[in-house]
Design a binder for this molecule. Structure first.
Ligand SMILES: NC(=O)c1ccc[n+]([C@@H]2O[C@H](COP(=O)([O-])OP(=O)(O)OC[C@H]3O[C@@H](n4cnc5c(N)ncnc54)[C@H](OP(=O)(O)O)[C@@H]3O)[C@@H](O)[C@H]2O)c1
Length: 232
């Protein structure tokens, strides 16, 4: 079992922390407002959880999840994450994050931006294309025929294996999409973005419906069908 650090403890961070504790990991949570604001979540999670500053959570984690609004990525601690595996859940929403020129012209991708900010860390892109409420609902033990797969991308194979072991421990198979530069294939608005949603009669995602299983084969099909923003 590992210590999982969290930079960001909101919808995705809080959900993953609950799943990590249920799987037997320890968690160190952090956010923007400070440890006191996380007292409720820590109390809910029990003795395997504590709250800290982002630098402390980065330092404590065997593996660290960065899960903040993308506009805050430059605030992610650098020195404390040196040499570590960093899972990046962040997505680019210009209305929330402001315009980021190198994402708009598609000369880079969100996780490559974080990797450039953390040059000595090993970034793995994961959990970007699943709605946080679906994460605990679709989780299944290893070998369960109804298990779903989650996409990972990264430039460091050992880091991807470490991320995969964590993802497996909380209930998902892993589908390797390749290097970080391929991460655009499951970015916002692509075919492989939030495929776990049931479809509403209008064709859009149905927030009320139960999520649906996505196998690695189905994910691969959607990833291959993904289009660049410029080709949409
Ligand atoms: N929601 C989803 O279903 C979903 C799914 C896949 C990917 N994502 C992506 O994952 C990321 C997190 O999403 P979310 O829905 O979990 O967001 P959220 O609920 O708004 O939580 C964001 C967290 O980041 C923290 N934060 C903000 N600025 C920070 C900073 N400078 N230093 C440390 N922590 C900081 C916030 O702290 P405070 O509360 O103190 O401000 C909060 O704990 C986003 O990039 C999102 O696009 C979301």
């Amino acid at each position: 079992m590992s210590i999982i650090g969290f930079i960001g403890s909101g919808n995705i961070g809080g959900t993953l922390a609950r799943m990590a504790v249920a799987a037997g990991h320890d968690v160190v949570l952090s956010n923007r407002r400070g440890p006191d604001s996380l007292a409720g979540l820590v109390a809910e999670l029990g003795p395997n959880a504590r709250a800290a500053t982002p630098a402390e959570a980065a330092e404590a984690g065997d593996l660290v999840v960065v899960t903040v609004p993308l506009h805050a990525y430059r605030a992610v601690p650098v020195a404390e994450l040196r040499g570590k595996v960093v899972i990046d859940t962040d997505n680019y929403y210009p209305d929330r994050d402001g315009r980021i020129a190198e994402l708009d012209d598609e000369s880079t991708t969100t996780s490559e931006l974080l990797q450039a900010h953390l040059p000595e860390s090993r970034v793995v892109k994961a959990f970007n294309n699943i709605f946080f409420k679906h994460l605990p609902v679709l989780a299944r033990p290893g070998g369960d025929p109804e298990r779903s797969a989650l996409a990972v991308a990264g430039d460091d194979e050992a880091a991807k294996r470490a991320a995969a072991a964590f993802i497996d421990s909380i209930g998902y198979d892993v589908h390797d999409v390749g290097p970080l530069a391929e991460g655009w294939r499951y970015q916002r608005d692509t075919a492989a973005y939030v495929p776990y949603f049931g479809s509403a009669p209008t064709g859009g995602p149905d927030f009320a419906a139960a999520p649906r299983r996505v196998t690695a084969d189905r994910l691969e099909e959607l990833l291959r069908a993904a289009k660049r923003y410029r080709d949409m």
